[in-house]
Design a protein around this ligand. Structure first.
Ligand code: FES
Length: 108
């Protein structure tokens, strides 16, 4: 994993993150889960706002990821909660593709 001069973190080659797959990278201490949903890329903080569980690895339903711990759901397009027991959204981060490589960053 590498970081470019403007703070973007390399995720993977586009060819390595196929539809239905995800990958977690770190920007500093921030875990970022990048999902490929039907060819579109979405990056969110990999921390459930209910009790801090990892979201990566949870079942994906369309554009929603379900937290493996207690079942809260979040919309990967916006970070919004779609099902309790979480009530606060997760952070959503930018994702871009340059020369076949996927990049993301914690822009907060
Ligand atoms: S930690 Fe995610 S639903 Fe409880």
């Amino acid at each position: 994993m590498s970081t470019d001069m403007t703070g973007w973190v390399e995720v993977a080659a586009r060819s390595e993150l196929l539809p239905g797959e995800f990958k977690v990278v770190y920007d500093g201490d921030t875990p970022i889960a990048v999902y490929n949903i039907d060819g579109e890329l979405y990056a969110v903080e990999d921390v459930c706002t209910h009790d801090g569980g990892d979201l990566a690895g949870g079942t994906v339903h369309g554009y929603e990821v379900e937290c493996p711990r207690h079942g809260a759901r979040f919309d990967l397009r916006s970070g919004a909660v779609t099902c309790p027991p979480a009530y606060e959204p997760i952070a959503k981060f930018p994702v871009r593709e340059v020369d076949g490589l996927i990049w993301t960053r914690d822009d907060r």
